[in-house]
Design a protein around this ligand. Sequence first.
Ligand SMILES: Nc1ncnc2c1ncn2[C@@H]1O[C@H](COP(=O)(O)OP(=O)(O)OP(=O)(O)O)[C@@H](O)[C@H]1O
Length: 308
Amino acid sequence: MQSAAALEVAGLVKRYGDKTAVDGLDLTVERGTVTAFLGPNGAGKTTTVETCEGYRRPDGGTVRVLGLDPVTQGSELRPRIGVMLQSGGIYPTARAEETLRHMATLHAHPLDVPALMERLGLGSCGRTPYRRLSGGQQQRLALALALVGRPELVFLDEPTAGLDPQARHATWDLVRDLRADGVTVLLTTHHMEEAEELSDEVAIVDGGKVIAQGPPDVLCKGGAENTLRFAGRPGLDLPSLLKALPTGTEAAELHPGSYRLTGTVDPQLLATVTSWCAQNGVLPDRISVERRTLEDVFLELTGKELRS
Ligand SMILES: Nc1ncnc2c1ncn2[C@@H]1O[C@H](COP(=O)(O)OP(=O)(O)OP(=O)(O)O)[C@@H](O)[C@H]1O
């Protein structure tokens, strides 16, 4: 029987000497979904993904990928997964197309190589040696190598880092197509917009643990940090406005005449603000209600300090 989830990681621990890189991490990725794996530098994402790919042995916990143990059942698992590495693993003087053709021969039912190259905008550089490809072309070749074997599950490590907007959108379309074909995608990225655009689920990792997981809109709705912005004359009496609003609401004049309220922004709060404005002879201009972005949630959960 097929295991329900594509990826099941429970209590994963991975140490490098004294350093605990992954510290009891739990992650479930359902089949046919796109999950964005987010976290500050050094949070343990790559270590987790490499353990799922079978490149590293866990020091604790269990990892099941497509129901298989990547360490003891690696040879059964490898033909069924696609791995996009950020760099390395490609022979520098090998030509783009021959590299992809070689990878295709390792799979039973590969995609059509010229069609895939065309799709990824590599049609004109088939004869170019890997080291002569631009950074973005190398990136796209790495993506093609991950996909050519028609994997059931793909690990994409920062697939659009360094790509121009055209190539980024082409990559996003490709990820959407993979999902439509029922392929499971685990996408490591530092681009919050990319995570919001593409993923069904987001898992935020910090300190070697998943600290939040859920669909992006649910994560963004959680908490009370919505924002109401409006413009009015400079120097409004914000303490007086705050007295009319629920405790916990915060107000700031970001620059003269531009105001931001944060808190539980609901219809009642909007009504209170406009009524306070009416009582104070203020005609609020450009009122907007904004929900939290994934980046707001990410920074709230992981803090703003730089990680070493
Ligand atoms: N081979 C290694 N030897 C020793 N320490 C390592 C090794 N690989 C990673 N680490 C350490 O383990 C921790 C987790 O690293 P990892 O690369 O998994 O994080 P990451 O979330 O992928 O970071 P980034 O976003 O920067 O790629 C870091 O503190 C890192 O320095």
